[in-house]
Design a protein around this ligand. Structure first.
Ligand SMILES: C[S@@+](CC[C@H](N)C(=O)[O-])C[C@H]1O[C@@H](n2cnc3c(N)ncnc32)[C@H](O)[C@@H]1O
Length: 256
């Protein structure tokens, strides 16, 4: 397994944690409620759909959901829950792959735009989201806010989460705008399990510029799926970018 592409079969098999963590009802409920409302009765496309953590309950809510996903192993897990008719998936790169049809909602959650490790890749992802949208549709991004304030001069690492049996450590390369997350799980003994993933961190303002390059306009930014105000202390955000009604499909966003 590579640090830049950790989504292999072993990761996929242990990804789901039904009822807890990112699968807890208090996490998933508001996510699905918000996305269902933003779909506005239209079709939804999830970029990096994974094992269907969000897509499956959203489809069960009556929203037609399609997906794009790079890892066949993650799609294999999704297929243990729903078939191709319920949630069709194109296996490919969310920065370039085309899913059939048009959508009133495209969404990319759980910090996953940061899995694209270059600015070019992230810009292409916005453009790809925009070209799947019907005029008036929206692209929703959930992403953490880079915690560089926790990084004193001369330090390259932060512990961003600590609880019994778990440590979350980030190591930074601020020149390359990269961070590697190290998830360490351990019990009472001396053994520990390590899962690592590489990310390109992005400020909200840089995301907004990528959206403008793609012909999208920032409509809302909240601290969470419940719509709490986004403040200077928010650790994460949910941002809604709208494709204007008069924006022709394949218009300026397709150029340059
Ligand atoms: C943190 S998981 C999120 C999965 C799902 N969206 C969720 O919320 O549970 C990240 C997913 O992004 C996928 N991924 C990473 N880079 C990708 C890319 N360039 N194109 C499509 N999928 C990608 C991985 O394979 C993995 O399934």
């Amino acid at each position: 397994m590579s640090i830049e592409d950790p989504w292999d079969r072993a990761t996929a098999r242990t990804y789901d944690t039904p009822g807890t963590g990112m699968f807890a009802p208090e996490v998933l409920g508001p996510t699905v409620d918000r996305l269902a409302a933003l779909a506005g009765g239209g079709r939804a496309l999830e970029l990096a759909v994974g094992t269907g953590r969000v897509a499956v309950p959203l489809a069960e809510r009556g929203v037609p959901v399609s997906g794009i996903e790079l890892s066949p192993a993650m799609v294999e897990q999704l297929r243990t829950k729903v078939d191709e008719d319920a949630v069709p998936v194109v296996v490919g790169d969310m920065a370039s792959a085309r899913a059939p049809g048009e959508f009133s909602l495209v969404y990319l959650v759980y910090n996953t735009i940061s899995n694209l490790l270059t600015q070019d890749g992230q810009v292409a992802c916005f453009r790809n989201a925009a070209r799947h949208l019907t005029p008036g549709g929206c692209f929703v991004v959930e992403l953490w806010v880079p915690e560089l304030r926790a990084l004193p001069p001369g330090r390259e690492a932060t512990v961003w989460h600590s609880e019994p049996g778990y440590l979350g450590i980030d190591t930074y390369d601020v020149l390359a705008q990269r961070v590697v997350s190290h998830h360490v799980r351990f019990g009472d003994g001396t053994d520990a399990q390590l899962f690592r993933s590489a990310h390109r961190y992005v400020w909200p303002s840089e995301l907004d510029l990528m959206a403008r390059l793609a012909g999208l306009v920032l409509e809302d930014r909240w601290a969470d799926w419940d719509g709490s105000p986004f403040t200077a202390d928010s650790r994460s955000h949910v941002s809604v970018y709208r494709l204007p009604q008069d924006q022709p499909v394949g218009g300026p966003r397709a150029a340059g």
